[in-house]
Design a protein around this ligand. Structure first.
Ligand code: AMP
Length: 310
């Protein structure tokens, strides 16, 4: 994999301070947010254009880090006197479910994403976790993307379902975890849940199952399964889903090819990025990661699922 791609990924979502407690430790107001995890993951593959909002309490060192990853930050609004979004959560036991302790929207309360002119022709668009009405506002501004994708969370399924259904009608790919898929559809069985989400609009439904890997539903059936990567220790699952989506979108943009075969590879690159991210808190694992590490783990994924035919 090389990162000399001509295609950009446009990513909108939260930019956050995260306070996170897991059995492995705790961080206070560390760099986080769905757009940050997904943009940094995608940046290993292709150039990224980021859209979000922060307050003037957002440290220059975080902005410098994003720019050092060749992420275009012109789409991040800095609100004078504003406070950056803050999320606090914890994980216990198998760490498959986050317990939210605080969601301080702060500058998100009055945010309206406005895209710089040259962002509007981006071919690959990822609507990371954010209020679905804002996701729609971004979709309204992009010209003719080759591929659009979205993520969401339990909060928006509960309080903004109509807007979310509108987003689903308009995207090609949805990333959703098992609990959210059940909540959205009322189906306990995940195959049925995926089938009913597929009917809502997206051609590809990517079901993330935490430590159990990922499955993809397309056309009229479950069409691909990625094995979980066997990690012997998880430090912090925050941002796993966003890292997955960033790796998936970044890989596709780097090749420019949207085919079923390439989308399967994208699922494995997504799984690779998620598996690295959870090995440390905040963006710490990504700060040390190389493209060689990514390719090596991609090959490991291939090795562990290979089997001979009958
Ligand atoms: P994930 O673990 O991939 O589901 O996403 C974790 C990220 O989502 C954290 O870095 C949080 O800052 C962010 N987050 C939590 N709640 C919200 C919310 N209501 N809107 C947008 N982002 C959120």
């Amino acid at each position: 994999m090389s990162s000399n791609s001509p295609n950009h990924v446009l990513i909108v979502g939260s930019v956050a301070f995260d306070t996170v407690q897991t059995p492995a430790g705790r961080v206070e107001r560390a760099l986080g947010g769905a757009a940050v995890y997904s943009s940094v993951a995608a940046s290993f593959f292709c150039p990224v254009r980021m859209v979000g909002v922060v307050g003037d309490d957002f440290p220059a060192e975080h902005m410098d880090f994003l720019r050092s990853r060749k992420i275009d930050t012109r789409g991040i609004q800095v609100i004078p006197g504003g406070k950056t979004f803050h999320w606090a959560g914890s994980y216990e036991g198998d760490m498959n479910q986050a317990n939210t302790h605080a969601t301080e929207l702060n500058v998100f309360e009055s945010f309206s994403p406005e895209l710089p002119e040259d962002y509007k022709t981006s071919e690959f668009v990822f609507l990371a976790n954010i209020d679905p009405t804002l996701q729609l506002h971004v979709l309204d501004q992009v010209a003719k993307p080759k591929l659009t994708a979205c993520d969401t969370m339990n909060l928006w399924i509960s309080i903004k379902k109509d807007a979310l259904l509108e987003v689903l009608k308009r995207v090609d790919v949805v990333f959703i975890n098992d609990a959210e898929a059940r909540q959205l559809t009322g189906e306990v069985n995940l195959t049925r849940a995926a089938a009913s989400i597929h009917k809502l609009g997206p051609k590809y439904v990517v079901l993330k199952k935490g430590e159990h890997g990922a499955m993809m539903y397309c056309t009229d059936r479950m069409c691909f399964a990625a094995a979980p990567y066997p990690l012997d220790a998880v430090a912090d699952p925050t941002g796993a889903g966003d890292s997955f989506a960033g790796g998936f979108m970044g890989y596709l943009a780097s090749t420019g090819e949207v085919s079923d075969a390439n989308i399967r590879k994208a699922v494995v690159y997504g799984s690779t990025m998620a598996s690295y991210n959870v090995q440390d808190f905040s963006l710490n694992r990504f700060k040390k990661l190389t493209i060689q590490d990514i390719d090596a783990r991609y090959e490991e994924f291939k090795r562990i699922v290979f089997f001979e035919g009958i």
